[in-house]
Ligand binder design. Structure first.
Ligand SMILES: [Zn+2]
Length: 159
């Protein structure tokens, strides 16, 4: 494996140029070299950093694009995004932990969506109950008006 000093990524030996940044300043990768792991949003980067440290993997967290403004056309990229770098020797383990964390975050998100469904179902029930209530009210009003009319007629001796 070769190491690109410019963008700090590892690439295959047969590459003469870095596939990421096209730099030709490549050298053999060392176990201690910090190589690019991934970009993550602020929250995920924090979680991932903690997880890596728990597992004895050191990591460097840097602002995405070294603080340069992110491309405006890319809505996936937030200005607060971070880039994570881990020692080359820990890269496979770090990727495994990252995948596990993303699965966990995905699982955390799923129940929230179910909770969002609950009020919607409740609203439908409430709407149905109030519609029935309204109809009953109208029926009662008609009966009451009828009864009142009849009462009035008999009071006046017209019944
Ligand atoms: Zn590069």
């Amino acid at each position: 494996m070769q190491y690109c000093k410019r963008c700090r990524s590892a690439c295959e030996d047969y590459e003469h140029r870095c596939p990421n940044c096209k730099s030709n300043k490549l050298r053999r990768v060392l176990e201690e070299d910090y190589v690019y792991l991934q970009r993550a949003d602020l929250y995920t980067a924090g979680r991932l950093e903690g997880l890596l440290r728990e597992n004895g993997i050191d990591c460097q967290v840097e602002p995405y694009g070294k603080g340069r403004p992110s491309p405006l056309y890319d809505s996936e990229v937030m200005p607060t995004d971070k880039e994570l770098y881990v020692p080359f020797k820990d890269l496979p383990a770090a990727r495994g932990l990252s995948a596990a964390l993303y699965q966990e975050l995905e699982a955390d998100r799923a129940p929230e969506e179910e909770f969002e469904d609950m009020p919607r179902r409740k609203r439908i029930v409430v709407q149905a109950v109030s519609a029935i209530g309204f109809i009953l009210l109208v029926v009662l009003a008609v009966f009451a008006a009828d009864a009142a009319a009849n009462g009035l007629k008999s009071l006046l001796g017209l019944g």
